[in-house]
Design a protein around this ligand. Sequence first.
Ligand SMILES: NC(=O)c1ccc[n+]([C@@H]2O[C@H](COP(=O)([O-])OP(=O)(O)OC[C@H]3O[C@@H](n4cnc5c(N)ncnc54)[C@H](O)[C@@H]3O)[C@@H](O)[C@H]2O)c1
Length: 342
Amino acid sequence: MARLAKVGIIGAGWPGSAHARGYQAAGGYELYAVADLIPARREELVKQFAIEKQYASAEELIEDKFIDVVSLCVPNHLHAPLAVAALRAGKHVVCETPPAMSAGEVRRMGHAAEKSGKTLLFALQRRFGGCEQAARQAVAKGLLGQVYHVRAAWMRTRGVPSGTGWYTHREQSGGGAMADLGMQMLDIAWDLLGNPVPQTVFAAGHNSLCPRIDGKFEVEEAGTSLIRFEGGKCLELSAAWAINQPPQQHGAVCRACGTQGALEVYTQDGAVLYRDFDQIGKCKAIALKGPKMIHHGAMMRHLKECMLGKGKPQTGAERAAILMEMMQAIYKSMETGKSANV
Ligand SMILES: NC(=O)c1ccc[n+]([C@@H]2O[C@H](COP(=O)([O-])OP(=O)(O)OC[C@H]3O[C@@H](n4cnc5c(N)ncnc54)[C@H](O)[C@@H]3O)[C@@H](O)[C@H]2O)c1
């Protein structure tokens, strides 16, 4: 890239500043503009990152001809319309997650990207963490043999996101803990399984704690599901914004089991590979080294490669649409109490 790519960030909450730090860490970008409906929020970002321009709405920022890349850090129901508008205006787009409200919306976003020839990358940033990258590499090298079972959970003891008030409204969020935290874990876990074709889902949602705090809570505070894939591989996926559990259980778990080994993604020592199991299950533990560039910095570096045509988005529309199909089946099963086809 001869010149720095000019970035416009829409939505100046936590993810907006995380994207800004990611662009800085990756290099090759100029943080150029920010848009937010709340003046204090956009001013904070302008101050923190010495951003040149600020806009009062997404639409105005998208019209700015100088902007090359747009980061969409807005409530979920706005992802599809704003991504399509930005792609049509000739911008590359990094869109926050969950990707959209449905698989159909994600496909429409994908078509807009194809038509414009621009990159559309969904910000499933957890996959760019050090442990997660090390785990993926171990699986890709075949160190676990065939991975057939993954258990993934992100369980917050107390951690309902407040945002600007939309997270617990189904029409704006699309779902609760599963859509929010479960989506990131689903992305990682499905990768570790080798991205097999999903078939059926059985799921249940819970609302045992939060309705007592806020009567308008329209989404699940916690959920659990079992996803079965072609060939019998399976994935246990759980997520919680609020659950009664001892403090040490707060956080993420991801364990993969293969024909020749196992993997624990989150430990105090980073990702750990277990190999050479004997008859009684004793095995050798090997701590895996992660890369130096991680999280949003690694994600924005990957974006740069995609923009330059040197790679394809790890989490583009095709993958995001299947993730959304699995998530939609999870919600269907929660609602009906029956298994749902993906
Ligand atoms: N990847 C992650 O780790 C992660 C973490 C947190 C949130 N998120 C995702 O990021 C997105 C935003 O979440 P949040 O917590 O920042 O929400 P938030 O409500 O705190 O912030 C959203 C911001 O968007 C602004 N906004 C809304 N409509 C706008 C418009 N038309 N033009 C300009 N600004 C507009 C709002 O004023 C608000 O400041 C969601 O999709 C959420 O799921 C992802």
